[in-house]
Each structure stands twice: as structure tokens, then as C-alpha cells.
Design a binder for this molecule. Structure first.
Ligand SMILES: [Zn+2]
Length: 129
């Protein structure tokens, strides 16, 4: 019950006007509840937008720093060329190879299709392209 219904308790108002005021009161109540729900929804959307914006910023930074090649990531040097390391496309951290003939592996389970022997040729291909 809203303030109009409270008001009508204390004053004598004709039947039709009373009915209209009660409808208006119900409408105000419905709009107030809807307003509360929309504010809640808006706050959730704003929170999600902040999260997505942060993720987008990270991805843009990652795209600028790394180049994907042969399924792995290679990090650009500011002065040109690439670091002599292979990065996991999932974790964005440097991976290691146990031996020259072994592929690079990440702790997350990602494995490259090339081994450490091929790294210099790959870095040259990347720099030349
Ligand atoms: Zn990984």
C-alpha cells in the first residue's frame, strides 16, 4: 500500500476518484519495484562491463606483445625481433623443452608441434616476415 492509499484512509473521496487514485497508487508501487530491479540489473551490467573491459585491455596488450606462430606465442622485443623463447598460448608464460629434440611443454599440458632444434629457424622466419 502506497502513500495515496494511506491518504485515502483519512479523507472522504468519491467512488470514481477513489478508484482512480488507488489505481495510480498501484501503478506507482509497480514502477517503484521495477525501478529497484532495473537499478540492480544496471549495477550487474556495469560490473560485467568493467570485467569485460579489463579482459579486453589484457587481450589487446597480449596481441601487441605476442605473435602467434605454429600454434605457440613469440614475444616481440621492443627493439625488433623476438625473444629466444616460446610462450604458451593459454598461459602466456615461457615454456621449456627437456632436450633439443623435445617439444616445448607448459605445465597446463600444452605442447608445441616443433622442438628446440627448430626454434632458431622459426625465430628467423618470424623476423623475416
Ligand atoms: Zn600453458
Amino acid at each position: 500500500m502506497g502513500f495515496i492509499a494511506e491518504f485515502l484512509k483519512e479523507f472522504s473521496v468519491s467512488g470514481i476518484l477513489r478508484e482512480r487514485l488507488l489505481k495510480l497508487d498501484a501503478e506507482i508501487d509497480r514502477i517503484s519495484k521495477e525501478n529497484i530491479e532495473l537499478k540492480k540489473e544496471n549495477a550487474e551490467c556495469a560490473k560485467k562491463l568493467r570485467e569485460v573491459s579489463e579482459k579486453y585491455k589484457e587481450l589487446v596488450e597480449t596481441c601487441e606483445d605476442f605473435k602467434e606462430y605454429k600454434g605457440a606465442l613469440f614475444k616481440r622485443r621492443p627493439e625488433g625481433g623476438y625473444h629466444e623463447a616460446v610462450y604458451c598460448p593459454r598461459c602466456k608464460i615461457a615454456m621449456s623443452a627437456k632436450a633439443l629434440g623435445s617439444p616445448f611443454r607448459c605445465f597446463c599440458g600444452f605442447t608445441t608441434h616443433f622442438n628446440k632444434i627448430a626454434l632458431n629457424a622459426i625465430l628467423k622466419e618470424l623476423t623475416d616476415n
